[in-house]
Design a protein around this ligand. Sequence first.
Ligand SMILES: C[S@@+](CC[C@H](N)C(=O)[O-])C[C@H]1O[C@@H](n2cnc3c(N)ncnc32)[C@H](O)[C@@H]1O
Length: 219
Amino acid sequence: MIVDERITAYINSLEPELPPELSFLEREALENHVPIIKKETQGVLKFLLRLQQPKRILEVGTAIGFSALFMSEYSSSECKITTIEKVAMRLVEAEKNLSDSRFPHRDKIRLCKGEALEVLKELVAGKESFDFIFLDAAKAQYMSFLPELMKLLCGSGMLLTDNVLQDGTVTNSRYSITRRDRTIHSRMREYLYTITHMEELSTVILPVGDGIAISHKQG
Ligand SMILES: C[S@@+](CC[C@H](N)C(=O)[O-])C[C@H]1O[C@@H](n2cnc3c(N)ncnc32)[C@H](O)[C@@H]1O
């Protein structure tokens, strides 16, 4: 937790309730230790979707489909969502949830199975483009995803990256990080430096949840 727990709890208490089926899925995910988007990040995501009104959303990191179903709820009826996941166990759950008739907007979602970098390259080859990208997968790979994401993100599109502050440890000196975590630490720092210094992007980093970066691509 990078923000005072009381402040986070208070802000979260102001969030309107999720529809019951999403709330049930959220509880199920938390009970099974599936790392889904935090409440406070949900608030920002919902706000950005309302502001941006995307028609084509790309998500990297489906897990069990919670955030994809969340975005299907808070995006316009003509919006299509493409979401990528590679882990077999997660895919089983995601397929089950994304075909569950309790979720009225599930038909907006296309699940792509496989290693994200490969799928992203296929989407580029297929000349697909997206006006909103939610990046929520293996943090050490964000930097290698970025060139493909930039090709897929259209002008005036938005890129929301989750978990960028890694519980605050990204601010620590490299030497205070355990050897095991050094690669991920330096890759995340490189990613944050890059997205805050790219000419095409305008980026703000916010201490929300585990840290989010909101980037807007110049039109
Ligand atoms: C934090 S979870 C996603 C949570 C989901 N967005 C939600 O909030 O409901 C990250 C997911 O990304 C998947 N993932 C990580 N690296 C990946 C990769 N290289 N290709 C495809 N999926 C990946 C993991 O298997 C995991 O299920």
